[in-house]
Design a protein around this ligand. Sequence first.
Ligand SMILES: [Zn+2]
Length: 133
Amino acid sequence: MTDDINKILDNLSGLTLKEQAIKGQLPQSWHCRDCRRDTAPNCPNRSETEAAWANGFYPQMQFGPECEIYEVYDDIWKQTGLEPYNGCLCIGCLESRIGRELTPDDFPRNHPFNNMKCSERLLKRRKKTKFIG
Ligand SMILES: [Zn+2]
């Protein structure tokens, strides 16, 4: 299990944002749709990334204690009323949209985003997933 996660993390940390975007995992903006909080302060958004590419620069994602980047199961996201990858929600706003607190079972445990550095409250919600780094 831990080996699997490490393998995923190794793969992810080697990915440039261009490769992330190709996989359909880069939103237009990292700002929460509802409260405008920046859920990924050190990650360029899609436009910034495209501008960087134009200059031959391929930035990598940086995860820190302000980050609220995560993946929840499709049925949870569907309850928010948003299309997949059509905007971000911080944990607080996602929870008010679905009317309850998230629990560890709402997060796919093996998804790389669910094993990255993140905010205290996100860490509490996904507590079964192992915090690495
Ligand atoms: Zn929000």
